[in-house]
Design a protein around this ligand. Structure first.
Ligand code: B12
Ligand code: SF4
Length: 501
């Protein structure tokens, strides 16, 4: 078939509504568009020039334009899957476009996703997207590894797993996303760059390591620096400066390949780029004095540490190789080098009891952690944590898998867990702590705390709404009556409601 026009679509939940406050105030769902999908759109445009991407989080979608495309690619994480399915169904019903889904959730749950589209492409799409377009253009069935579709008899056909790409140097063209350039100066949309993939560890709850694999693969330092340069240039307004000059390196474990990490930091220093950086990392980096010094010289101001738990029992239970003592020593050393620590936490381990939210808040206060992301324990089919707890899940309404309690932990009810998350957030982002931040913090640090304070308020609001549902569900269902889990591949209910966006 002739491919004239390709559109990429990132479902947002909820879809974008223009509002002045979006420029300054984080909403419960932060709206940064997907770097992964943008990268694929950039690659596809090399073959078909009329290629653009809509991210529902920031683009006003021109549906006439989407429905006129020959191929529409959708990428979904778990929390966006229901919206993605709804959009895929709508496009299939109203156009002749070939509809293709991919991304972490569609890939790990292709038996579910394939019910809503023509094809699911498994794993990372950097190479498969080109192979897919070639097959389509030649009128061939895509028969290479990593494709799922529904055969004539309605059975799902899968051509097997796909090897991840060794090289992925594409610098995403951020201008390919409709409406991004106009909003790039918003302080709620920050520059982000993804430099490596894969992680050698194997934490039970982690979907990322199952999607990207345990072998660490990296981009060249030159390509990373070029990406950083473009990301900063794109997000800085033509006139004036952003309030928050902070770029987020979004790798899951940037320091896993130490020699490479050093070479990237050196390349940033040599480039002369002057900006602030934040980065996700495990606690080990806190023991690496040379790395911490390099980070400081490169402009890093903080480490966003995947701390997850504050009890050894929980680390052991979920196979996270770490102790509380490791975390504390690491935090102290990072701070001694003049860098801040942000904490990424999980509540709802089977070891957790009532009061864990207050204990977490006390930990954050005691160790001077400057900001947090708190998630209730998360379950993605395909992870060991999911297998272990699937009979205790309250539902599989993926849209709610965005920080809410979705299961019954061993020593609390789901509603109690939800309250613990709300409590921790309220204590960490209290008016008293806001006042202290206003008086003691400076520059980007201060602006970030104000932004997070407002963001956490909207997250708590959403969590309180869900709390009412959890309480009602608990009253109606005793633990023993919770229906048994479906196999991971069971499809979600097809969407009954029409498009909202
Ligand atoms: C940056 C980031 C964000 C940003 C931007 C998200 C975005 N739009 O991409 C922000 C801050 C908005 C964010 C928010 C949240 N996030 Co987040 N985030 C990330 C992070 C760290 C990096 C994403 C990234 O750039 N990955 C790298 C690129 C290369 O990978 P990729 O996007 O998956 O794309 C590749 C492949 O998947 C594939 N692919 C993707 N789409 C498609 C489509 C097709 C057709 C094909 C063929 C292939 C394909 O090819 C791409 C290139 O190889 C990931 C962790 C991670 N490693 O992915 C978590 C992650 C996506 N976030 C997660 C979560 C839970 C959240 C929150 C719910 C957190 C919270 N409690 O608030 C919120 C949700 C917000 C919402 N909208 O509801 C989870 C999702 C888990 C899951 N099962 O889906 C992840 C995986 C983190 C984790 N450790 O589990 N996040
Ligand atoms: S260290 Fe982080 S990225 Fe690696 S497996 Fe554990 S949670 Fe996943």
């Amino acid at each position: 078939m002739e491919i004239r026009k390709i559109r990429f679509l990132e479902p947002g939940s909820p879809a974008y509504r223009p509002a002045f406050k979006n420029r300054f105030v984080y909403e419960e769902t932060i709206r940064n568009p997907s770097i992964g999908l943008m990268t694929l759109a950039t690659i596809a445009r090399g073959r078909v020039p009329d290629t653009r991407m809509y991210s529902e989080s920031i683009s006003l979608v021109d549906w006439k334009d989407v429905l006129d495309a020959d191929v529409v690619f959708l990428g979904v994480f778990t929390f966006a899957a229901p919206r993605g399915y709804k959009l895929a169904q709508y496009i299939k019903a109203h156009s002749k476009a070939v509809v293709v889904m991919g991304g972490l959730h569609a890939s790990m749950n292709y038996m579910e996703a394939v019910r809503y589209c023509d094809y699911v492409l498994l794993g990372e799409g950097d190479e498969s997207i080109g192979e897919f377009l070639d097959a389509l253009a030649a009128g061939r069935e895509p028969d290479f590894p990593g494709v799922a579709y529904r055969g004539r008899d309605g059975e799902t056909v899968c051509t097997g797993a796909r090897r991840p790409p060794e090289r992925f140097e594409t610098v995403p063209d951020r201008g390919i996303v409709v409406g991004y350039r106009e909003r790039a100066g918003y302080n709620t949309l920050w520059p982000q760059v993804h430099a490596s993939r894969g992680c050698p560890h194997d934490c039970d709850y982690c979907a990322v390591v199952r999607h990207f694999g345990r072998r660490v693969r990296t981009r060249s330092p030159e390509s990373v620096v070029e990406d950083i340069r473009q990301a900063i240039a794109f997000h800085e307004p033509a006139r004036g400066r952003r309030l928050t000059q902070m770029l987020w390196i979004t790798d899951d474990n940037f320091f896993a390949d130490r020699a490479w990490a050093v070479s990237v930091l050196e390349a940033i220093i040599d480039s002369g780029i002057s900006y602030h950086f934040t980065i996700q990392a495990r606690y080990e980096v806190g023991f690496d004095d040379e790395m911490l010094e390099l980070m400081k010289r490169a402009g890093f101001t903080e480490v966003a540490m995947g701390i997850e738990f504050i009890e050894d029992e929980s680390f052991e239970m979920y196979h996270k190789k770490c102790t509380k003592d490791d975390v504390v020593r690491s935090i102290r050393n990072i701070q001694a080098h003049g860098l801040g620590v942000r904490g990424l936490f999980i509540l709802g381990a089977d070891s957790h009891t009532k009061g864990v939210g207050a204990r977490l808040a006390a930990f954050v206060e005691a160790y001077g952690i400057k900001g947090v992301l708190i998630q209730a324990m998360y379950f993605v089919p395909g992870t060991p944590a999911y297998e272990a707890a699937k009979d205790r899940l309250l539902h599989r309404d993926w849209e709610k898998y965005c920080g809410n309690a979705v299961h019954r932990p061993a020593r609390m009810t789901a509603a109690e867990l939800q309250r613990e998350v709300i409590c921790a957030s309220r204590k960490i982002y209290s008016p008293a702590r806001l006042l202290r931040a206003l008086l003691t913090r400076r520059g980007t640090d201060r602006v970030l705390f104000i932004g997070e304070y407002l963001w956490q308020a909207s997250v708590r609001k959403r969590m309180r709404r869900e709390l009412a549902n959890l309480e009602a569900a608990e009253l109606a269902t005793q633990p023993a009556q919770i229906p048994p889990a479906q196999p991971a591949a069971t499809p979600a209910q097809p969407a009954a409601t029409p498009m909202a966006g």
